[in-house]
Design a protein around this ligand. Structure first.
Ligand SMILES: Nc1ncnc2c1ncn2[C@@H]1O[C@H](COP(=O)(O)OP(=O)(O)OP(=O)(O)O)[C@@H](O)[C@H]1O
Length: 360
């Protein structure tokens, strides 16, 4: 069996509110899947439905080949890791780790051995006798994960586990969770609203909006070929620039509306849709001498972090540009920009769906 978890036609209502709409999702054994989307899109509801903390209203949920729609959470054999670590404060790390084994009647000697084994994997061997209040945020997070690992579940379900941690620790824990996942050969489902977290940790990213899966696939496939304007704007940081445009009369150019009109000529036919949106990622724009420029924009703001310069144009819509080199630019100065036409994305302004030039 290659799929550890399969959802087909899953719908969830909270009263009249339709929180999950026709969800089809297949999660391969051993894969790391991230559910990502803005607040309220339904990602926690989906995760909680897998865990059995919510009952689905329609559709099928199959885990390791068994239909699980009405199976209670403890019989699903999944382990949930929350952002609030939910550790028992009056228990040591070892007692926290072995609690679930003890209530199932496992002998003391065996639970001790199991705790030591897991602690060796997660780097907690020296901390087994401490209480949660004696641990750092990262260590508590590791205890929470170890407590899930010790149960040897069919899959790990993570609900925004890193959102309480500071930025540096979050980056560190990202790597730690991914390394653990690889070492254990586990199946993991990870909820986050942070697209960078999703892109860097997961093999398969599921982008949700208003209870619907908008797109799913390998992280870089979503970046390279977003199916609509929503996914295009959600994946990538800083966000993709969107410019209203009309097809030019020669069939190979676009008339961009940046307050003033600017015409760019492409290497391919432009789809003859009455109104388009052009998508250009900030990192795909280059500053070039005026005679090579495809676009000319006045500069509004220049911010430099040392390694990277962020430029914002004084146009409507604003255009963001990210370059590696340092720039000495002044407010109001006009810069020439160029880009590889392969990096240009086109969307129908009406439907906001991607349009491919080949289909024109
Ligand atoms: N028990 C409930 N009763 C009614 N509506 C609910 C309930 N739980 C969640 N919802 C609604 O369902 C929608 C999806 O909620 P969910 O918690 O899954 O979103 P989310 O994507 O995880 O958001 P966040 O990132 O803010 O946690 C929201 O509009 C929420 O208000």
């Amino acid at each position: 069996m290659t799929h550890q978890i399969e959802l087909s036609g899953v719908n969830k209502y909270y009263g009249a509110y339709h929180a999950l709409r026709d969800i089809d999702l297949k999660i391969k054994k051993g894969s790391f899947v991230a559910l990502v989307g803005p607040s309220g899109c339904g990602k926690s509801t989906l995760l909680r439905s897998l865990a059995g903390l919510e009952t689905i209203s329609a559709g099928d949920l199959v885990i390791a080949g068994e239909r699980m729609n009405n199976v209670p959470p403890r019989k699903r054999d999944l382990a949930m890791v929350f952002q609030s670590y939910a550790l028992y404060p009056h228990m040591t790390v070892e007692q926290n780790l072995t609690y679930s084994l003890r209530i199932r009647g496992m002998k003391k000697a065996e639970t001790k051995k199991a705790a030591e084994e897991v602690a060796a994997t997660t780097g907690l061997s020296n901390l087994l006798h401490r209480y949660p209040r004696e641990l750092s945020g990262g260590q508590r997070q590791r205890v929470a994960m170890s407590r899930a690992i010790i149960r040897n579940p069919k899959a790990f379900l993570f609900d925004e586990p890193l959102s309480n941690l500071d930025a540096a620790l979050r980056v560190h824990m990202r790597k730690e969770i991914r390394t653990l996942h690889d070492r254990l050969g586990a199946t993991s489902v990870y909820v986050t609203h942070d697209q960078i977290e999703a892109m860097t940790m997961a093999d398969h990213v599921v982008v949700m909006r208003q209870g619907v899966i908008e797109q799913q696939g390998a992280p870089l496939d979503l970046y390279d070929r977003p199916v609509n304007k929503f996914v295009a704007g959600f994946i990538g940081s800083p966000a993709m620039n969107f410019i209203p445009a009309l097809p030019g009369p020669d069939g190979r150019s676009l008339i961009l509306d940046l307050g003033t009109q600017q015409v760019v000529t492409l290497d391919r036919p432009v789809p003859q849709v009455s109104k388009l949106i052009v998508g250009l990622r900030p990192e795909h724009l280059r500053i070039v001498p005026d005679h090579d420029a495809m676009l000319r924009l006045p500069v509004a703001v220049v911010e430099s972090t040392g390694s990277t310069t962020y430029i914002t144009s004084a146009t409507v819509p604003e255009i963001s540009v990210v370059v590696g080199e340092r720039q000495t630019l002044s407010h109001g100065q006009v810069i020439g920009l160029s880009f590889d036409p392969r990096h240009l994305h086109l969307f129908d302004q009406e439907t906001e769906q991607r349009i491919d030039a080949e289909r024109a």
